[in-house]
Design a protein around this ligand. Structure first.
Ligand code: OMP
Length: 308
């Protein structure tokens, strides 16, 4: 899957991911009204609204982008109907040729991690039959339970040719509370980065490992160090746009080959129509505003890379 991700990035020239994090407050009135007319103000109604919203954004952007990252919490909050909308979104995006990064941030003791891995990127056995329940291409993993929490995900990746993005340094304001703690003179996130590089060594695709890392756009200096610590790991970089990250902050997340990083924006793309900059599109044309926001994001990042 890392090979397909890189092929998609090269084809589109866009090292970005659109984060499909559909909260109801971002969904235009006309979509909500239609869904509620059919299903009532129910969990099913909410799930229908987020599915229709996603579908329109994907239809308007898929030719410009290599990948999407649905954040499962935004679906799970609507219970079982929400999870059905998550799965429909995964399948739809894959059918459009997009790589799907399931943002599930799992990680637990070995047997439980194994079940998460099987459910999201692997196959589950039911009697004589096997099923791929969610079937994303990559998932995000929290490594802070240690190797026995991560290894089951790596095992499934090896079997299924899928991939991981492991949290190393997260974008949120209090990420330093634990992640920046010094251990023998080095910050914890750097030690975790080193471990990601080790895990990735025997999981190589053609150019990069399929064991990647997550490093927030909001910490560019740390990104610069981590790029060197994990030279063969792809870095998923969230925090662009709504959290303040800009193209010029991100150049050091990339290797000299122009590869090695993929930048996520969720609210900045899917709720672009709510920003003053794209207000002229109006609510009805929200997905056209998303397309314009994708074009602007790609131009911003490419411009910064070309200027370095
Ligand atoms: O793993 C992630 O994707 C992630 C890691 C991190 O450090 N920070 C972070 O914001 N994210 C996710 O990236 C998305 C960011 O959304 P926006 O701030 O709306 O672009 C959300 O889905 C977060 O859960």
């Amino acid at each position: 899957m890392i090979n397909q991700l890189i092929a998609n990035i090269k084809k589109t020239g866009a090292p970005i991911v659109v984060g499909l994090d559909p909260m109801l407050k971002y969904i235009p009135e006309h979509i909500q009204k239609k869904a509620f007319a059919e299903f009532g103000e129910t969990l099913e109604g909410a799930a229908e609204a987020i599915w229709q919203f996603n579908k329109e954004i994907v239809d308007k952007t898929y030719d410009l982008i290599p990948a999407v990252k649905p954040q499962i919490a935004m679906y799970e909050q609507f219970g079982i109907p929400g999870l059905v909308a998550f799965k429909k979104t995964v399948d739809y995006c894959k059918a459009k040729g997009l790589v799907v990064i399931g943002d599930i941030k799992r990680g637990d003791i070995g047997s439980t991690s194994s079940a998460y891995a099987v459910g999201h990127i692997g196959k589950v056995q039911v009697g004589s039959k096997t099923y791929a329940p969610f079937d994303e291409d990559f998932v995000t993993v929290n490594p802070y339970l240690g190797s026995d929490g991560v290894n089951p995900f790596i095992d499934v990746c090896k079997e299924e040719k899928k991939g991981l993005f492991i949290l190393v340094k997260t974008s949120n304001p209090s990420s330093g509370e634990f992640q920046d703690q010094m251990i023998d003179g080095r910050p914890l996130y750097e030690l975790v980065g080193e471990k990601v590089a080790q895990w990735g060594e025997d999981c190589m695709g053609d150019e990069y490992s399929y064991i990647g890392a997550v490093v927030g756009a909001t910490y560019p200096e740390m990104g610069k160090v981590l790029r060197k610590v994990m030279p063969k790991s792809y870095i998923l970089v969230p925090g662009y746009g709504a959290q303040g990250g800009k193209g010029k902050d991100l150049v050091h997340f990339f290797n000299e080959d122009g590869l090695g990083a993929i930048v996520n924006s969720s609210r900045g793309i899917i709720a672009a129509y709510k920003q003053e900059k794209y207000a002229n599109y109006g609510e009805e044309a929200f997905a056209d505003a998303s397309r314009a926001a994708v074009e602007d994001m790609v131009a911003d990042i490419r411009g910064a890379l070309e200027a370095r």
